[in-house]
Design a protein. Sequence first.
Length: 171
Amino acid sequence: MVDIRLVEEPVDIDKFESFDDDLPTLFLGFAIKNEYDHKRLSINKRYNPKKVLIAFEKESDSYAILPLYGIFLELNKTGKELADTLLKQQKENTVDIVTYEQILDEYNMTCHDAYSYLNKRIFPVDFKAFTHLTDDPIIDDKKILQHLLKLNESEFNFQRFGAFKLLILTK
């Protein structure tokens, strides 16, 4: 068992690397909020999970770092079109929640679970859109979340569960 008191400890960002992969990309995994998350969440190594830091503008002249742990997948045609649309809108004007919902609606997608991550580089999308954003073969795995976490159906370990995030990351 991981000590619950680690919730009070900040994430040890020395265990993460800066993100320098090609963008835009699709991220499936966890936003690590504290050392408790960092210690308890584990993704099956066969999926090549990465621990990365994403820097983003929080407010004008103010930046923040978001520690992420998960897998990175190539966007398909629809995902790239969505990312391009969001980036164009971002250049014209800041993408607020209403505008973001309207753009997602054009692609029959939603974001009800992770609005707090919405910013100029990070665009959250509800998991039900996962199969519409990538052509990676893992979309055929009907139990992908269970397999990512290496969950055993015959035993329950609440500490292995976390809130998966599906994020489109851009430049």
